[in-house]
Design a protein around this ligand. Structure first.
Ligand SMILES: [Cu+2]
Length: 340
C-alpha cells in the first residue's frame, strides 16, 4: 500500500509538472498566435507629405519615401502644404488652357486641383488623385492591390514622388511605429541637407560682381528646398541688371515681385454646370516681361518662374528695391542700386 501510495504521489507530481509544462507551451502558442493575428490585422500607416524646417526650408518629400504595406492596410497621407497625391508615373502640367467666359485662358490644371477619389475609399489601381488639400489635410486609401510596387507623386512640385510596395501577406513588414520613426529620420536627413545648402549658398553667392549682371539663385534643387534668395542683398550699379536663376531639378515655383501679390495665385471663375475654372492670379500669371527695365517706382512682378528658367531685370535708377516671392511667405530679398 505504502509503495503504491508513493507511486501515486510521484505519478501525480509528474502529471502536475506535465500540466504546468503543457499549459506553458499552450500559453506561448496563444501569445504567438495573438501576435500573428495582430500582424495580420489591417494596419494604418502615415505618410508625411512635405515638411517645414528651419531657414524657411520647405522639404518637398514623401516620408517614408517607400512605404511597405499588406493588402487591406490603410495609408493616410498627412498633407503639410500645397500638395496633391496622385498615383501616376509622370506629373501633369500645372497650367492648361481652358475656355473661360467664351475665351481660351491659362488655368491651374483641374486634373491636379480636383479629387478623382474620395478620402477613405478603397484603392484597387489606376490613376487616382487626392486633389489639393481641403479643410482637413488628410487623405486616406484602403489599399486593395496585388503585391508589387506602385508610384505616386505631387503634380504641384514636379519631381516630388514616392512609392508604395504591397508585400505578399506572408512577408513581414515594418510596423506603423517603425515606419513613422523611419519617416522622421528621412525628414531629419533632408532638413540637414537643406541647412547645409543654406550655409554653402550664403557663403558662395557674391553680393557684388564686376560683370554687368549679378546672379541671384532662387531656392534650391530637389527635396531639400529653401524658400530663399541667394544672395539676400544684391548690390549693382545703375544700368546694370540682376539675373534670378531657378536651378534645374527644382521642384518648386517662385516669383520675383514688388509689391507682394501673396495669396493671389488662383482666381476661381464659376461656370454653369461645370467645376470653376481656376484662372491664374497675378502670383502665377505672366507679368513684367523678362528683360524689362525697372523704373524709379520699383514695381515689378515676374509671375511663375519654374525649374531651369532665368528672369532678368535692369535697374536704371539708384535706390533700394525690396522684393519678395509671392508664393512663399518670408522669401524676400533686396536690390541695392548704386550711382554709376
Ligand atoms: Cu517662392
Amino acid at each position: 500500500m505504502q509503495f503504491s501510495s508513493i507511486y501515486l504521489q510521484r505519478l501525480s507530481k509528474v502529471a502536475l509538472v506535465g500540466a504546468v509544462v503543457l499549459s506553458a507551451v499552450l500559453g506561448v502558442l496563444t501569445s504567438r498566435q495573438a501576435a500573428l493575428a495582430q500582424e495580420m490585422a489591417p494596419q494604418t500607416y502615415i505618410v508625411q507629405v512635405g515638411a517645414g524646417a528651419p531657414g524657411n526650408a520647405d522639404l518637398l518629400l514623401f516620408a517614408p519615401n517607400n512605404l511597405q504595406v499588406h493588402r487591406g492596410d490603410t495609408v493616410t497621407w498627412a498633407v503639410g502644404g500645397f500638395h496633391n497625391v496622385r498615383f501616376a508615373s509622370a506629373p501633369e502640367p500645372l497650367v492648361v488652357p481652358q475656355e473661360v467666359n467664351g475665351q481660351q485662358a491659362p488655368t491651374f490644371n483641374p486634373a491636379i486641383a480636383f479629387p478623382t477619389i474620395e478620402s477613405g475609399a478603397t484603392y484597387s489601381g489606376g490613376d487616382v488623385n487626392s486633389g489639393l488639400p481641403g479643410e482637413v489635410p488628410m487623405f486616406s486609401l484602403v489599399i486593395d492591390l496585388e503585391p508589387g510596387t506602385y508610384s505616386y507623386l505631387c503634380d504641384v512640385h514636379p519631381g516630388m514622388a514616392g512609392t508604395l510596395t504591397v508585400a505578399d501577406s506572408a512577408t513581414p513588414i515594418p510596423s506603423p511605429t517603425e515606419v513613422t520613426l523611419q519617416a522622421g529620420g528621412e525628414i531629419g536627413a533632408t532638413a540637414g541637407a537643406a541647412r547645409q545648402a543654406f550655409v554653402e549658398l550664403s557663403n558662395s553667392m557674391p553680393m557684388m560682381s564686376d560683370a554687368d549682371s549679378l546672379s541671384v539663385q532662387m531656392g534650391t534643387a530637389g527635396a531639400a528646398n529653401l524658400n530663399a534668395f541667394f544672395p539676400y542683398v544684391a548690390v549693382i550699379k545703375a544700368g546694370q541688371s540682376v539675373a534670378w536663376s531657378h536651378p534645374e531639378g527644382t521642384f518648386e515655383t517662385h516669383t520675383v515681385s514688388w509689391p507682394s501679390v501673396l495669396g493671389q495665385e488662383i482666381i476661381p471663375v464659376e461656370r454653369d454646370g461645370m467645376p470653376p475654372a481656376l484662372t491664374l492670379g497675378p502670383a502665377l500669371a505672366p507679368g513684367t516681361p523678362d528683360g524689362s527695365t525697372v523704373g524709379a517706382d520699383g514695381t515689378f512682378n515676374s509671375g511663375a518662374i519654374v525649374a531651369g528658367q532665368t528672369y532678368t531685370l535692369t535697374f536704371s535708377e539708384p535706390g533700394v528695391y525690396p522684393y519678395v516671392c509671392s508664393l512663399h511667405p518670408g522669401m524676400q530679398g533686396v536690390v541695392v542700386v548704386q550711382p554709376q
